[in-house]
Design a protein around this ligand. Structure first.
Ligand code: MTE
Length: 320
């Protein structure tokens, strides 16, 4: 985002990482399978998300979603090797390796602010709140690259309903983990830590907003936001905060990290909008990871039918 030329993705940038990833995936699956053999536990049982938080552990009983796109899914190796995760690195190829040993259990999420039921929840109890759904979403980064990912999660509104927000709660803020010992990027000041994001309550309650804990049939890899992130597909990628530890309900619009860092470049709403340029580049086109030619960017990232009515009467140039 603040990095010059980060928009230029060459396929040669991505290819050399394939080897590394397939090796890592192979080693992880061997570890899980090996443990199953040693203990006599069936692989399916071992791989249940409530008992294991290993990357590559399968998630069972996943339902298909009516919200899924039928577009071609971006290869796993691209989605897991080309990441924005500044807590680990500003180099997009950095998080895959640097987040390898990041501890995602035990993990709790604090629910506070304007709710009837303030509480601290274990992440595994959140995961079990509803049957997991696979949502194949387009995901568009503000920098001009995009991916299509089979995320796994549940509607964010399932968690919100459990918290019973008060009438005064107009916004939700997501706070992500602050742990400089584990996250080398947090030893620096490239952003203010922890990374925070926010949504208006009606956005957060919309069924498309996903509370995500998996992808490609498996538990989220650390570099993609394990153990819990949100995915907000009609907004630029930076709204989709990774490694969430707190969900707070507020009356006033909360701050969000990128708006704090560069208010003239990143707003609160950040709906994907090909008609509003970033001050330093056009937003009219995007490049799917792994593809060569650019394609036009769609209003609300192609989710206009579902989302446009939420912004009726709003000046989307002012509220970028
Ligand atoms: N969440 C945290 N905690 N830290 C980050 O740096 N980067 C954001 C978002 N969530 C970020 C984050 C940005 S800019 C993007 S584009 C997406 O994560 C990237 O998600 P992906 O790496 O899974 O594709």
């Amino acid at each position: 985002m603040l990095i010059k030329n980060s928009i230029d993705i060459r396929s040669s940038d991505i290819t050399p990482k394939d080897l590394y990833l397939s090796r890592r995936k192979f080693l992880a699956s061997v570890t899980v399978a090996g443990a199953a053999v040693m203990t006599g536990v069936g692989l399916r049982e071992l791989a249940s998300p409530s008992t294991v938080a290993e990357a590559n552990a399968k998630i069972d009983n996943v339902q298909k979603s009516r919200f899924s796109t039928t577009e071609k899914i971006t290869p796993y190796k691209d989605v897991t090797n080309y990441n924005n995760y500044y807590e680990f690195s500003t180099d997009k190829y950095g998080p895959a390796g640097l987040a390898k040993d990041f501890k995602t259990r035990p993990w709790t999420v604090t629910i506070d602010g304007l709710v009837k039921k303030k509480q601290v929840l274990d992440v595994d109890s959140i995961i079990k709140m509803a049957t997991p759904e696979e949502r194949i979403y387009r995901h568009r980064c503000v920098e001009g690259w995009s991916i299509v990912v089979p995320w796994i999660g549940l509607s964010l509104n399932e968690l919100i309903k459990k918290a019973e927000p008060l009438g005064k709660a107009k916004f939700v803020q997501f706070t992500t983990i602050h742990d400089p010992k584990q996250m080398p990027g947090q030893k620096g000041t490239v952003l203010e830590w922890p990374y925070v994001e926010g949504l208006r309550m009606d956005e957060a309650m919309h069924p498309l907003a996903l509370l995500c804990f998996g992808m490609y049939g498996e538990v989220l890899p650390n570099q993609d936001g394990a153990p819990l992130r949100i995915v907000v597909p009609w907004k630029y990628g930076f709204k989709s905060a990774k490694a969430i530890v707190k969900v707070s309900f507020k009356e006033e619009q909360p701050i969000n990290t990128w708006n704090l860092a560069a208010p003239n470049e990143y707003g609160f709403y950040s709906n994907v909008n090909p008609n509003v340029d970033h001050p330093r580049w056009s937003q009219a086109k995007e490049r799917r990871l792994g593809e060569f030619f650019k394609r036009p960017t769609l209003m609300f990232n192609g989710y206009g039918d579902q989302m446009a009515s939420l912004y009726n009467g709003m000046d989307l140039r002012k509220n970028f």
